[in-house]
Design a protein around this ligand. Sequence first.
Ligand code: FMN
Length: 350
Amino acid sequence: MNIGSFELPNKLFVAPMAGVTDRPFRQLCKALGAGYAVSEMVTSRKDLWNSLKTSRRANHVGETGPIAVQIAGTDAPMMAEAAAYNIDRGAQIIDINMGCPAKKVCNKWAGSALMQDEALALQIIEAVVAACAPRKVPVTLKMRTGWCQTHKNAVALARAAECAGVQMVTVHGRTREQGYGGQAEYDTIAAVKAALRIPVVANGDITSPEKAREVLHATGADALMIGRAAQGRPWIFREINHFLATGEHLAPPLVAEVRHLLLEHLQDHYALYGEYTGVRSARKHNGWYVKALPGGAAFRARMNTLEDCRDQVQAVADFFDELGVQLDRMPAAVADTSDTQDEEHMELAA
Ligand SMILES: Cc1cc2nc3c(=O)[nH]c(=O)nc-3n(C[C@H](O)[C@H](O)[C@H](O)COP(=O)(O)O)c2cc1C
């Protein structure tokens, strides 16, 4: 699997998730078998580039390459500038966001709303490709199946994007109107795959090794992208890799390994965000790790009362020490994406 000149170790990708797939989490997923990760989206609004949030998102120190940055916006020249800005800060691949039900940017709807205006979508794609081509940086596109059930234009837009020089397309098998509701469908992704020569990535509701195999089979896609199922379960990538290679299930990780991974993840997280923000933003990750575990609900409640790194680390260590007395390995995963927390985009998703 290649993106431009970059050869990837496998065909399992971590989905960009704002507020989740920051550098520490992407690194963790890559260490646990993800072949590729895309950053959380960076706005094309120049006035926000110096904000703490955007500068953290544009920080790739120590990240295993290729470094892929997703940009979002509605104005073609601004998107071209955003691409150049991120390339100057280490991006090796630029991904255009036409996939998430994003909020308003400059009085226009960004993200998947662009699928409703193919002419503008294409202008943006052409401008970004023109900015990236002289720097030999591949451009990729992430989209949904369309605007709504009666306007599924993923094939037309993907074809136009390929002609404009886009080098990979990812399709989330829902329309924008669906938000995160209902089920992802894979027929449209299969139609996109059949219509293009560039690699196509299937995304949406891939929560288990069996589902991964099924989606690969149903779509013929070149790669799979996994989002919510990796929250609190970043080892899903190695589990799926193993299953696709052997047809056998890998044993769930040892409780002691998860304890170690989570404590390391916390240190990386604090290093990026500092103590005040780090402790608060780590709560959701900690909560996801323990969600289906005995005592998980009480642990989550306790997490919300802890305000410094030392207490948080101690609570996590104690929780997994106690769990280790009861269990050797983590329980087999139960897929659950019912409480999708996409605060940044959900206001629009309904
Ligand atoms: C919390 C959250 C944040 C997201 N942020 C982005 C984003 O910044 N850019 C994007 O293209 N998609 C974003 N998405 C959509 C995911 O990349 C993915 O397409 C979607 O979750 C479906 O995949 P899944 O069923 O494997 O989760 C986000 C999703 C979630 C749950």
